[in-house]
Design a protein around this ligand. Structure first.
Ligand SMILES: [Zn+2]
Length: 156
């Protein structure tokens, strides 16, 4: 199983964001090519959606995230323009372990439940407990088992 490598400075940025946005989930992307690796934090608009429509959006941002669509699109456009890859999607789990939930899987496979939207992208989950970083885990799509499997996360 291939491991995932992230630059230490970028990993620290993601952890700092996860702690800052506690008790709510944070989210964002890591975009990269052979030369660069950059973090793009995205605003989690779940609380606003929950306030507007608590039936359709039953959960608030303590247990869910929804990316601000214009920020999301801007990153996709930047990837195209700069010929980068979407190397990781990350979010945090406030006061929960760093596991890949059924909801996480459903969000990652939004078009087809049997196939992720970005099969080569790694999904990173950051567990934050009482506002402090606890554990990070990375998950990669395994075509053989047709599921996400945990893979080693290294920082350099
Ligand atoms: Zn999650």
């Amino acid at each position: 199983m291939k491991s995932v490598t992230l630059r230490k400075a970028n990993f620290d940025r993601i952890v700092a964001q996860a702690e800052r946005e506690f008790p709510f989930e944070c989210c964002g992307f890591v975009i990269a090519n052979d030369a660069v690796e950059e973090v793009r934090p995205i605003t989690n608009i779940q609380n606003g959606k929950h306030a507007e429509d608590p039936i359709a959006f039953a959960r608030d941002a303590r247990t869910a995230f929804l990316m601000e669509p214009r920020e999301h699109l801007a990153v996709m456009n930047e990837i195209d323009r700069r010929r980068l890859n979407l190397s990781a999607v990350y979010h945090s789990h406030p006061d929960h372990d760093a596991y890949f939930s059924a909801t996480d899987r459903a969000q990652a496979c939004s078009f087809d439940p049997g196939e992720p939207d970005y099969p080569d992208t790694v999904y990173i989950v950051i567990s934050v407990r009482a506002g402090k970083f606890a554990r990070a885990a990375a998950f990669r799509w395994d075509p053989a088992s047709k599921d996400f499997v945990e893979t080693e996360l290294e920082t350099t």
